[in-house]
Design a protein around this ligand. Structure first.
Ligand code: ADP
Ligand code: MG
Length: 633
């Protein structure tokens, strides 16, 4: 390699050198630069190969996070001795032979680059044995040393082991970029996990420094593998996705909004079995969660897209982690609808209602036997006349109805008045079909505030518990959204501008976004080079802390491109703003204020959930309460 590197004297323009073809080894090293970033990249390529060879069990052994050794052993079909040297050659592949095959490739690899590239930057040894099926296979195993080219017989079962030692030994600069062994190990594990989630039928084991660190046995279903390789939680807090439009099918699991995380570390997307990171796909997922997830929160998911291989190009990136769809819009829609449908689908006996399930523990009757479809992660929407009058009624179609709308479901409990409570003490519920004025409100009449967090209210069915902050946040959010859709958010100038010491980033964002801030009802101007002044805030949020609001809006704006931010990041922005405008826990509310909040909830679209996807209220029915006290049994 050193022979072709220019010495400083050579590289002066005066001494032009003739055009030459690069030597093979250097070409492979250049290719390695694209394919092999760190040990995990090698793991990925070797596991790809093992899966292509039909392995049922793959064992990865690592030393020093993979830097000193990566060994991947499989029980696949093996490589005949005569082909071992070919396997290490550049552009040598058994997987495609024609352009037609390239367009419909079904294997993980096809570029014939990985082994050659790895061999050029590490010490590679191949051990392999093919099955002796018709006497044509190898009766012994062979090993090939990638450096010396020495081929010698060894003992091993059918399958292949690739050993890669001293990665980047020839390129110490790259080796320096590697992180600690623990970090590299984590990346290697993630590489194996990505494969494992696509192939539940294959067993995987990872050893580090002689210790077994992960093991996933072959399992019958994707669900089982997901539970095994990500965690039980992932499965219990997600819903099944299964959606087909035309030739596109999307399956897998989508996390409930409540399961969203601060990091996008549980987002797995596969296209025809290949793990990908793709803008079209992630945007489609994002938009499906748009209205139930606050900006920074990352949904969790494991989704599998199946599509005619001819409609997707997997050969656009050396590591094949990116793809290009012939019809991006078709795929975008399919993915978006798949998730939206899944999140809106009936619960159908899936154990996904984590928040409710917790609440249900002390309240056995909480688990309604009501066959009405339920939104999986929260209570079904309340239905209210007001919304229909306001033209917001399409929520009725989207959101299923609940038991209390059919008074017959609760009526039997009032036929047998309890001996200790005179019937008159159960207001209006004795005749649930004809409620008196106060009880026509779906969320009832406020009774009290509990621990500064919850509002307790009484309606015809029993007790309503409202998460005050979450509910108010949704109301503010929807109000801001309606205003913004109208034109711009109503603004209120501050009599005395609120100034604050700003970071250079905040000052820069305020300047770059000076034109879009008014649409958000805000005015933030430089006061001094290091100080910003908040001069106006949305009138809806006038009671909040203007500096905190300004800071978080600027932080949100900084994440986006200034010119289009209001269109693209609307929901995130409004979510951030709403969070600041909403009543804080521990604020004492009067009964009137509580009732006002309940009425606003009833008149607000989607107020069943805060914009982080958590429920804003729960109904505890008299039946639930009776069960608590073992009454009427
Ligand atoms: P590609 O996977 O793109 O074909 P590679 O350089 O990764 O290129 O591998 C070259 C060839 O070596 C493969 O096409 C395959 O025939 C063979 N090969 C590599 N690894 C294995 C394995 N674990 N089992 C069987 N054959 C393998
Ligand atoms: Mg390969």
């Amino acid at each position: 390699m050193s022979a072709v590197l220019p010495s400083p004297a050579d590289s002066t323009p005066a001494s032009r050198r003739p055009i030459r073809e690069l030597p093979d080894e250097l070409i492979s090293q250049i290719a390695a630069g694209e394919v092999v970033e760190r040990p995990a990249s090698v793991v990925r390529e070797l596991v790809d190969n093992a899966l292509d060879a039909g392995a049922r069990q793959i064992t990865v052994r690592l030393l020093a996070g993979g830097v000193r050794l990566i060994s991947v052993e499989d029980d696949g079909q093996g490589i005949p001795a005569s082909e071992l040297p070919v396997a290490l050659r550049r552009h040598a592949t058994s997987k495609i032979a024609s352009l037609y095959e390239l367009e419909t490739v079904g294997t993980m690899g096809f570029r014939g680059e990985a082994l050659a590239a790895i061999n050029s930057i590490a010490e590679l040894v191949l051990h392999s044995r093919t099955a002796d099926m018709h006497g044509g296979g190898d009766t012994t195993a062979w090993s090939l040393d990638g450096r010396s080219g020495e081929l010698k017989p060894v003992a091993r079962a059918v399958g292949t082991t690739v050993e890669v030692r001293e990665l980047f030994f020839a390129t110490p600069a790259r080796r320096k970029f590697l992180k600690t062994d623990a970090t590299e190990l984590a990346h290697c594990l993630e590489a194996v996990r990505r494969h494992a989630l696509a192939r539940p039928d294959v067993g995987f084991a990872v050893w580090h420094e002689g210790k077994l660190v992960e093991q996933w046995r072959p399992s019958a279903s994707t669900e089982a593998r997901l539970a095994d390789a990500i965690g039980e939680d992932f499965v219990t807090r997600s819903v099944t996705v299964d959606h087909r439009v035309g030739a596109v099918r999307v399956t897998g699991r989508a996390g409930i909004p409540d399961a969203a995380r601060s990091r996008g570390d549980q987002q797995f997307f596969y296209v025809n079995g290949r793990f990908v990171r793709d803008k079209v796909l992630s945007h489609a997922v994002r938009s499906a969660y748009e209205d139930v997830l606050h900006g920074q929160r990352q949904p969790v998911y494991a989704l599998y897209l199946e599509i005619d291989p001819a409609r997707v190009d997997v050969n656009v990136h050396p590591t094949k982690i990116e793809v290009r769809f012939r019809d991006g819009r078709e795929v975008h829609q399919a993915v978006r609808h798949a998730i939206e449908n899944a999140l809106a689908a009936p619960r159908a006996g899936q154990g996904v209602n984590a928040p409710l399930a917790e609440a249900a523990t002390p309240l056995p009757a909480f688990e309604t036997k009501d066959p009405a479809p339920m939104r999986p992660w929260s209570q079904p929407a309340m239905q209210f006349v007001a919304s229909e009058r306001l033209g917001l009624g399409d929520s009725a179609a989207m959101w299923p109805t609940r038991a209390y709308e059919r008074p017959s479901a609760v009526a039997p409990f009032f036929d047998t008045p309890s001996p200790s409570l005179p019937p008159t003490n159960i207001p209006a519920t004795a005749k649930p079909q004809v409620p008196s004025d106060g009880e026509t409100w779906p969320l009832g009449r406020a009774l009290a505030q509990l621990q500064g967090v919850y509002i307790l209210a009484e309606n015809a069915q029993g007790l309503v518990i409202v998460d005050m902050h979450a509910a108010h946040e949704r109301i503010v959010y929807e109000r801001l959204k309606t205003q913004l859709e109208g034109a711009s958010i109503g603004s209120q100038p501050l009599l005395i501008p609120a100034t604050f010491a700003a970071t250079p980033q905040e000052v820069a964002t305020a300047e770059a976004c000076a034109a879009v801030l008014p649409a958000l009802g805000m005015e933030i101007t430089p006061f001094s080079p290091k100080t910003l002044a908040v001069r106006a805030v949305p009138s809806t949020l006038a009671d909040g802390d203007p500096v905190e609001l300004a800071r978080s809006v600027l932080a949100e704006l900084a994440l986006h491109d200034a010119s289009t931010v209001v269109q693209r990041a609307q929901n995130e922005l409004l979510g951030t703003m709403a969070c600041h405008g909403a009543v804080r826990a521990n604020r004492k509310l009067t009964l009137d204020e509580m009732n006002a909040l309940l009425r606003q909830m009833e008149a607000t679209e989607r107020s069943d959930q805060c914009n982080h996807g958590r429920p804003t209220w729960r109904q505890v029915t008299l039946r639930d309460l009776d069960a608590l006290f073992l009454r009427g049994r």
